[in-house]
Design a protein around this ligand. Structure first.
Ligand SMILES: [Zn+2]
Length: 605
């Protein structure tokens, strides 16, 4: 039956959204007969405003009343009055929503590559909604923008915006539902493609009469600019000067421009940028224009055109003082640092992989070394990896040719970073940058190997071993979600919570937790975990229930008996370890005594 109200289902989906740090908004629902619960007679199926039916938030100030905890959500679910749920968008939740329904929108989306991107996606009455990561550069845009026929809900400003979320009912009689394989639990939020982000931001600018850029080139002449904003304003100002000067390549013209620019820098920038920084920017602009002319491109003279150029200056021009270095040949990427002419080196093509062998190893992967004896992969013990000197030595040994520490001091700074002081900024080292990069990407080998899942199952068993016994008089699960025996043969736990705790001691990616769940369900031949709910005062919490067959499955996995065999070569791991991890040596105390069913414990599934 259409519009059947199922608070348990709403709780379940809403809790996932909350676990992903999204704010959940309570919307009006739809009665069995198709009326919106708000009471407006036009808000009904077949009514004048049927598109509003069950789609708008309840109450004023809803932007600031979104549920962010399971307790709040659970409080809402204690009702028989239908309601739908939405998520709050924009900086409040960290995500934005995009959809398109006309051919124009689809064509534009395809041209931007949007249909290829994996990001949480759900299906509504008329179209697909894709959730992307919020980006602070969108702050100046309106709450909803429509580039190229897309509808992008940004949720900026006081008013904010929300999008209806599965499993809400759509007035057409279908539920909103996640696209298979693209739910919040399946995939992580993707960032907006840079090109679309620019299109959105520039679209906003083109609507304004005067300033064509967020950083007007004239601004600096009239206003003091603080640290943080100095670079873009100075860049706009210098671009304008250089691009509008007919004799910009003449030495005397350049000398005059530099005097003027220096004066403005002194007067308006707080604190003023160094002479060296200003000169670097100036030369970048000169070089950029010269190259454009060399390529016979049209030199812009309008505010809009100049603003566009100014934004490209940083990325397109390698400033004259950029180090000409072998590091770029190895695939590292040089980047400018505001206030630090030496810049910094980013991982570029470099990445690392963890191998959970005993002892664990870190494998440095560098495509530029594919044709050397190490085939682009060099393995390190953790201790070695922390030492710039040892890394350089081992890389030379493995590649037989790459010398990273030709300048030992420079390599030390690149690898380990530098402490900041009054004269120089604090910079992270490559070690740290590589670790951060690794956390952002799914570690394919480690994430799918038997060995890895044996390790993960071992962690889970350790958590089970710590499970609490319930109080004899009142058997109930642990309020915080830690594993707890509630009845004989029933271990109740919050799945996400349990992995959060494991994550404090071990390196676990969110994707691995999801995959572990899938593997367990596959092994047991079911679609989903068995779930239970428990009421603490006004809060109704949801748990997964592990019975002995589930625990056995985890034990099997820990013993390496799950048959996911895919050990690639070159990981430094010996063949015999592949897929055979020592059975985790953990005994799980089971609750043997019969107990009376606890009050408030309800079981479904
Ligand atoms: Zn209504």
């Amino acid at each position: 039956m259409a519009f059947e109200f199922d608070p348990d289902l709403i709780f379940k989906e809403g809790a996932v959204a909350i676990a992903k740090k999204l704010g959940v908004v309570k919307l009006y629902g739809i009665w069995d007969d198709g009326r919106c619960t708000c009471g407006n007679p036009e808000h009904r199926v077949g009514g004048g405003a049927e598109v509003q039916c069950g789609k708008h938030p309840q109450g004023k100030n809803w932007q600031n009343r979104a549920a962010t905890t399971e307790e709040e959500l659970s409080g809402w679910c204690d009702t028989t009055r239908p309601f739908n749920i939405g998520i709050i968008l924009g900086p409040r939740s960290g995500v934005i929503d995009m959809e398109w329904d006309a051919d124009e929108g689809r064509a534009y989306a395809e041209s931007m590559g949007l249909t290829e991107i994996e990001t949480p996606t759900y299906i509504s009455g008329r179209s697909e909604h894709r959730l992307f990561l919020w980006d602070d550069r969108l702050s100046g845009c309106s709450a909803v923008v429509k580039p190229g026929g897309l509808e992008v809900r940004l949720g900026t400003g006081e008013l904010g915006a929300q999008s209806v979320l599965p499993p809400s009912w759509h007035w057409s009689g279908v539920r909103y539902r996640w696209k298979p394989g693209f739910s919040l639990e399946d995939v992580a939020f993707a960032p907006l493609p840079e090109v679309l982000l620019r299109a959105i931001v520039n679209d906003v600018d083109s609507g304004k009469q005067l300033a064509t850029s967020q950083f007007s080139s004239r601004h600096l002449l009239h206003t003091v600019v603080e640290k943080g904003a100095r670079h873009p304003y100075l860049r706009s100002y210098i671009t304008r000067k250089v691009f509008l000067h007919p004799l910009y390549l003449q030495e005397s013209a350049q000398a005059d421009m530099i005097v003027e620019i220096m004066a403005v820098n002194e007067k308006r920038c707080r604190p003023a940028k160094t002479e060296q920084e200003v000169l670097a920017l100036f030369h970048s602009c000169v070089e950029y224009r010269r190259k454009m002319e060399e390529r016979q491109e049209v030199i812009p003279t309008t505010d809009a055109g100049l603003a566009e150029i100014a934004e490209k200056i940083d990325e397109a021009v390698v400033p004259p003082q950029a180090p000409v270095s072998g590091y770029a040949l190895q695939g590292l990427k040089w980047a400018t640092v505001d206030g630090w002419p030496a810049g910094e080196w980013l991982p570029g093509d470099w990445s690392i992989r963890m191998v959970h062998s005993d002892p664990p190893e870190i494998v440095l992967c560098v495509p530029a070394w594919n044709d050397t004896p190490c085939k682009g992969q060099v393995a390190f013990a953790f201790g070695e990896f922390r030492s710039a000197k040892m890394v350089a030595a081992k890389v030379f040994e493995a590649t037989r040719r790459v010398l990273l520490d030709g300048d030992g001091k420079e390599w030390q700074t690149i690898w380990k970073g530098q402490e900041g002081n009054s004269k120089r900024p604090k910079l992270a080292g490559l070690v740290e940058k590589l670790l951060i990069k690794k956390q952002r990407t799914d570690d394919v080998y480690v994430g799918t190997s038997s060995l890895r899942y044996a390790t993960l199952a071992g962690y889970l068993l350790e958590a089970f071993a710590r499970a609490k016994q319930p109080k004899e008089d009142k058997p109930e699960p642990d309020k915080s979600g830690r594993p707890c025996w509630v009845r004989p043969g029933e271990l109740w736990l919050g799945w996400v919570k349990t992995w959060e705790e494991i994550g404090r001691a071990h390196d676990v990616a969110a994707g691995e937790r999801v995959r572990m769940k899938r593997l367990l369900c596959e092994r047991l031949g079911v679609d989903d975990f068995r779930e239970g709910r428990h009421t603490f005062g006004s809060a109704k919490l949801s748990y997964v229930i592990f019975t002995p067959d589930w625990i056995e499955a985890v034990e099997e996995f820990a013993a390496g008996g799950m048959g996911v065999e895919d050990c690639p070569p070159n990981t430094g791991m010996s063949e015999k370890n592949c897929g055979k991890k020592n059975r985790a040596n953990v005994r799980i105390p089971r609750l043997e005594t019969e107990v009376i069913d606890g009050q408030g414990v309800s079981v479904s599934g």
